[in-house]
Design a binder for this molecule. Structure first.
Ligand SMILES: [Zn+2]
Length: 228
């Protein structure tokens, strides 16, 4: 009988501990400062999914290079940054995906952010448009999390400063950010179809500056959170 009692007590402790961890994580998520924040960076597409293609330029590769730079910039501010994917790995499709598989892949990327106990999710993409004139960065957000709009607006402002643009951030229920677990935005960093943007996105120096602009936006968002 006492064995059952001990197991019962242990399971109560376990539930208590999980609740506490959940509470601590939520507390950190919405308190001021970027230091020790876990920022999950999702380089869009990858593997058999190249994303937008312009000439020999693959969006998936640009996304990964930019995400790596962003990780460095964020770590420089004292944050912890993790990528959902590298060139290969469990989240990188080896074969062309059906729509259902694609949705599942995006769900697993969100799930990864949760497993990492992320405080912020940033999905990095490169844009494409039929018009070569379209340029600059655009940040997409949903209304699912109360802080998404402010995060999006801080990053949008920095992207506009960087590109010398006045693009608006846009509300759109994109699958990878369509949840409420943590503030999440999708950053279309620039247009691969615009000659000037493409030059920046395909150069190391350009990506470094662009990553810095995104990191400044994220830091401003974190600094604007309420005091503990
Ligand atoms: Zn994309």
């Amino acid at each position: 009988m006492w064995v059952v009692g001990v197991i019962f007590l242990l399971s109560i402790c376990r539930i208590g501990l999980n609740k506490y961890r959940e509470y601590a994580w939520q507390e950190e998520m919405y308190h001021r400062g970027i230091k020790n924040k876990v920022i999950v960076i999702d380089p869009g597409h990858g593997g058999a999914d190249p994303g937008a293609m312009v000439g020999s330029l693959k969006e998936a590769d640009i996304n990964l290079s930019l995400a790596r730079e962003l990780k460095k910039e964020l770590e420089g501010t004292g944050a912890k940054a993790v990528l959902t994917r590298e060139d290969k790995g469990p989240l990188v499709p080896e074969k062309k995906m059906s729509y259902v598989q694609w949705m599942e892949n995006l769900r697993r990327r969100r799930e990864f952010a949760l497993e990492e106990k992320g405080h912020i999710l940033i999905s990095i993409h490169g844009n494409a448009n039929n018009s070569k004139q379209a340029s600059g960065g655009i940040v997409y957000y949903t209304q699912f999390n109360k802080n998404n709009m402010r995060l999006a607006s801080n990053i949008q402002e920095q992207l506009n400063l960087y590109w010398g643009a006045d693009n608006d951030m846009l509300e759109k229920g994109l699958s990878v950010i369509a949840w409420d677990k943590m503030p999440s935005v999708l950053v279309e960093a620039g247009f691969l179809t615009n000659p000037r943007d493409r030059k920046v996105l395909s150069s190391y120096a350009g990506r470094k500056k662009l990553a810095r602009a995104i990191a400044v936006g994220i830091k401003q968002y974190c600094d604007g959170l309420p005091e503990q």
